[in-house]
Design a protein around this ligand. Structure first.
Ligand code: HDE
Length: 710
C-alpha cells in the first residue's frame, strides 16, 4: 500500500502582517497567500458543493512532481474557465447596460391599450443596453459609429423590446442587404483591420454603390456619431410601428427618446484622443453617474399619425431611410425613463441580455417596413447561437417579470421543472392548464396583403437624396462643417480613387456646397463623378430640430470640469469653484502634477482625483487652470500640461484661469488668442462668470480659426 502523507489543509504557520491578517490570511509552504474561511458559510466549494481545502495548489505526485488527472477541483475550475466566453454579438458587440424604470406621465388609453402606458403610478422596470455597432467587444467607446439604444420594458403583459439607435434613420431599406452592409463596415476580410472604423475602402465601396444609404451617411458623418455620453444621446425606434387602443382604433407611431441633459457630442479630434486616454469613456461615465446617484433620465416621445398623413407625405413611412420631421408631426412626450441601478454582473446581465424587436405587447404592432420584417427573424435566431439554445428567455435578465406559462418544454439548459402530465394543448386531462385568451391575447392588426409575391422595391422608396439634403441644410454652421470634415477624413482614408470620386458624385446630389467643400478639403476639385439619380432630389423644408447645436441647453448639469492645480493654488478660489460646480449638478475633478497632492496658498494639502499624466483635458467639458505663478512656470515645460491647455483650446472649451496661469498659456502659445471662452479668475468673485461661460460648452466661433475641413 502506498504510504499516506497528510495533506496540510491549514497551511504553514508563518504569519502575514498587514490588513489581510485579521481576515485569516496565512502563508503557505511556498510563501503563497491563503485566506482561510472563518465560517462554514464562507467555505469555497466546487460546482458540486464540495468544500475546497486549497485553492492555490493543484494536486501533485510529489512536491515537484506532475499534476494528477484525479484533481477534480483543478479540472472543474479550468474547464469552466475555458468556456467562459460566448460568441460576441455580430453587431453591437461592445455595449454597456443599466437597470431603471419607466413611467408614463398620463394614461395613453386613447392611443394604445398597452398596459404599461395606462397608469402614471405604475413603474415598469427596464433594462437598457447602449452600444457601438461595428467594433468588437473589446474595441473603444468613441469610434465614429451609430450607437445602439435598446430598451427592454418588463411590462405586466410581457416584455416589450424597443431596439433602437441614436440616429433616426438607417443605411438600407431591405433586411436582405444587412449582412453585406455589416461585412463592408467591419474589419476587411483579408487583413482583419480596421477595427471599429468606417474609414476604409470596403465600407465606402459598398456605400457608394448603395444610394439608399445617402441619408444615413449624412447622420453617420454628423456629430451624432461621436456622442459626449450615453446620458446625452437621443434615441429612435426608427421604423414606423402601430398603436391599437381598446376600441380597436389603429394609428401609426414612431418612438423617440430625449435625454433630459440634452444631446451633446464631442469634436472629432477629441474623440480620437479620448479613445487613447480612456477607451471605456462612455461606459465609465454611465457607471459613475449612476453610482453617484446622478441618474440619467430620458423622456419618451411618440409621433402619432394616420393613413391620411402617410398617403400625403413626400416619402414612404415604411422606408427606414426616411424620418418624419417633427415640424410635420410633433413629438408628444408621454413618459420618462430613469436609469438608477448598475448591473451586479456584467456578463450575467449586459452580455446575456437578448433583445428582440418581435418582443411586443398587446396595444403595439409592427408595420410592413421590410427592414423591420427581417429583424423580426434575425434577433431570435442570433440568440440561439449566442446563448446556446432555446431557453435563453429563462436567463434572469431576459425573463419576463409577469406570469409566463405555456407548453414549450425541454431543450438545452432547461432551468425550470415543469410539473403535470399534460404538455400539449388542447388537453382535457388538466383543466387548470394554460389556455388561450381571445380577449387579453395579442391580436395582429388585420392588414390587406399589398399584391402578388415579388422580389421588388416599392417605387415610393426611390428618392435617396432629398432627406439627406434636408438633414444637411437643417444643421447649424459648425455641424455642417463637421459633416464635411468627416466625409473628407473618411474619403482620405480610402485608397481606391474611384470610390472617392463616386462618393463625391453622391455628395454633389445631396448638396452641391457640401460636395464642393469636401472636394476642396481633399484637394480633388472637379473630380466628382456624374451620377444620375433614380429620382431627382426635391427641396423640402429644413427641420431645425435635427440639429443638436441649435437646441443645446445652456447647462453644466451632468458635465465634468477639470481643475488643474499647483502648489500655491488660491484656496478661496478653489473652494468657491468646487461648490459652484457641484451646485450646478456637475462634477469637478482636481488634477495635480502628482497624485500625492499640492499645498494651497494657506499651506493646506489639496488631494487630487487625478495625476496630470492620466487626466488630459479631453476627459472634461471645461477646464480651470488654478495655478500659482511658480506652479505655472514649472508646468510650462511639461508636455502633459501644454497638451492639457492646447487641447482644451483646440476643442473649443471654456478655460478659466488665474493670473498665475498666464505663463502656461503663453508657453502653449495661446495667450494672445484669448477669446470670450477665456475667463480670468482673480478670486472667488469670478466663479459665477466661469460657470455662466462653461454652460455654453464650446466656443464655436473659435473653430474656423483653428482648422479647415479635412
Ligand atoms: Fe440590429 N441586430 N439588425 N438593428 N440591433 C442586432 O441582435 C439586425 C437594425 C440594434 O444591445 C443583433 O442580439 C438586422 C436597426 C441594436 O443587445 C442581430 C437588421 C436597428 C442591437 C441584429 C438590423 C438595430 C442590435 C446582433 C436589418 C435600429 C443591439 C445581436 C434588418 C432600429 C441590441 C443581437 C443589444 C443587434 C440584426 C438593423 C438596432 C444580428 C438583420 C434598423 C440596438 O440580430
Amino acid at each position: 500500500m502506498a504510504k499516506q502523507k497528510t495533506q496540510s489543509s491549514a497551511k504553514g504557520s508563518s504569519k502575514v502582517s498587514g490588513k489581510g491578517a485579521d481576515q485569516g490570511l496565512v502563508q503557505g509552504d511556498g510563501g503563497e497567500a491563503h485566506y482561510t474561511a472563518k465560517t462554514a458559510d464562507q467555505t469555497l466549494t466546487t460546482n458540486q458543493g464540495i468544500p475546497v481545502s486549497d485553492n492555490q495548489n493543484s494536486l501533485r505526485g510529489g512536491a515537484r512532481g506532475p499534476t494528477l488527472l484525479e484533481d477534480f477541483v483543478l479540472r472543474e475550475k479550468i474547464t469552466h474557465f475555458d468556456h467562459e466566453r460566448i460568441p460576441e454579438r455580430i453587431v453591437h458587440a461592445r455595449g454597456t447596460g443599466a437597470h431603471g424604470y419607466f413611467q408614463v406621465y398620463k394614461s395613453q388609453a386613447k392611443l394604445t391599450k398597452a398596459a404599461f402606458l395606462q397608469d402614471p403610478k405604475v413603474k415598469t422596470p427596464v433594462f437598457v443596453r447602449f452600444s457601438t455597432v461595428a467594433g468588437g467587444a473589446g474595441s473603444v467607446d468613441l469610434p465614429r459609429d451609430v450607437r445602439g439604444f435598446a430598451v427592454k420594458f418588463y411590462t405586466q403583459e410581457g416584455n416589450f423590446d424597443l431596439v433602437g439607435n441614436n440616429i433616426p434613420v438607417f443605411f438600407i431599406q431591405d433586411a436582405i442587404k444587412f449582412p453585406d452592409l455589416i461585412h463592408s463596415v467591419k474589419m476587411e476580410a483579408d487583413r482583419g483591420f480596421p477595427q471599429a472604423a468606417s474609414a476604409h475602402d470596403t465600407f465606402w465601396d459598398f456605400a457608394s454603390l448603395m444610394p439608399e444609404s445617402m441619408h444615413m451617411l449624412t447622420w453617420a458623418m454628423s456629430d451624432r456619431a461621436i456622442p459626449r455620453s450615453y446620458r446625452m444621446m437621443e434615441g429612435f425606434g426608427i421604423h414606423t410601428f402601430r398603436f391599437i387602443n381598446a376600441d380597436g382604433k389603429v394609428s401609426f407611431v414612431k418612438f423617440h427618446w430625449r435625454p433630459l441633459l440634452g444631446a451633446q457630442s464631442v469634436v472629432w479630434d477629441e474623440a480620437v484622443k479620448i479613445n487613447g486616454a480612456d477607451n471605456d469613456f462612455h461606459r465609465r461615465d454611465l457607471w459613475e453617474a449612476i453610482e453617484s446617484g446622478d441618474y440619467p433620465e430620458y423622456e419618451f416621445g411618440v409621433q402619432v399619425f394616420d393613413e391620411d398623413f402617410a398617403d400625403e407625405f413626400d416619402f414612404d413611412v415604411l422606408d427606414s431611410t426616411k424620418l418624419i420631421p417633427e415640424e410635420l408631426v410633433p413629438v408628444q412626450i408621454i413618459g420618462k425613463m430613469v436609469l438608477d441601478r448598475n448591473v451586479d454582473n456584467f456578463f450575467a446581465e449586459t452580455e446575456q441580455a437578448a433583445y428582440h424587436p418581435a418582443n411586443i405587447v398587446p396595444g403595439i404592432d409592427f408595420s410592413e417596413d421590410p427592414l423591420l420584417q427581417g429583424r423580426l427573424f434575425s434577433y431570435q435566431d442570433t440568440q440561439l447561437i449566442r446563448l446556446g439554445g432555446p431557453n435563453f428567455h429563462q436567463i434572469p435578465i431576459n425573463a419576463p417579470k409577469c406570469p409566463m406559462r405555456n407548453f414549450q418544454r425541454d431543450g438545452f439548459m432547461q432551468m425550470n421543472v415543469p410539473t403535470g402530465r399534460a404538455n400539449y394543448e388542447p388537453n382535457s386531462i388538466d383543466p387548470a392548464s394554460p389556455r388561450e385568451d381571445p380577449k387579453r391575447g395579442f391580436v395582429t392588426v388585420p392588414i390587406e396583403p399589398d399584391g402578388p409575391k415579388l422580389r421588388v422595391r416599392s417605387e415610393t422608396f426611390a428618392d435617396h437624396y432629398s432627406q439627406a439634403r434636408m438633414h444637411y441644410r437643417s444643421l447649424s454652421e459648425p455641424e455642417q462643417r463637421h459633416m464635411a470634415s468627416a466625409f473628407a477624413f473618411e474619403f482620405a482614408k480610402v485608397e481606391t480613387p474611384a470610390i472617392r470620386t463616386r462618393m463625391l458624385g453622391h455628395l454633389m446630389l445631396i448638396d452641391p456646397d457640401l460636395g464642393a467643400t469636401v472636394e476642396e478639403a481633399l484637394g480633388m476639385e472637379g473630380q466628382a463623378d456624374k451620377i444620375t439619380p433614380a429620382r431627382a432630389p426635391i427641396d423640402v423644408d429644413p427641420s431645425p430640430t435635427l440639429s443638436i447645436v441649435n437646441k443645446a441647453p445652456e447647462t453644466l448639469k451632468g458635465r465634468k470640469v477639470g481643475v488643474l492645480v499647483s502648489d500655491g493654488v488660491p484656496a478661496a478660489l478653489l473652494t468657491s469653484l468646487l461648490t459652484a460646480i457641484e451646485k450646478e449638478g456637475a462634477k469637478a475633478a482636481i488634477i495635480a502634477p502628482k497624485i500625492g497632492g499640492v499645498r494651497d496658498d494657506g499651506g493646506k494639502t489639496v488631494m487630487p482625483q487625478h495625476a496630470l499624466s492620466g487626466a488630459p483635458s479631453v476627459l472634461f467639458d471645461a477646464v480651470v487652470l488654478a495655478l500659482s505663478e511658480d506652479g505655472a512656470a514649472q508646468l510650462s515645460t511639461e508636455a502633459a500640461a501644454l497638451g492639457f491647455v492646447n487641447d482644451a483650446f483646440g476643442h473649443l472649451k471654456i478655460i478659466g484661469h488665474t493670473k498665475g496661469a498666464m505663463a502656461l498659456l503663453e508657453a502653449a502659445g495661446i495667450s494672445d488668442k484669448a477669446d470670450d471662452g477665456f475667463v480670468a479668475l482673480a478670486g472667488a468673485r469670478d466663479t459665477a462668470a466661469f460657470i455662466a461661460a462653461a454652460k455654453r460648452h464650446r466656443v464655436w466661433d473659435r473653430e474656423p480659426k483653428l482648422r479647415s475641413p479635412g
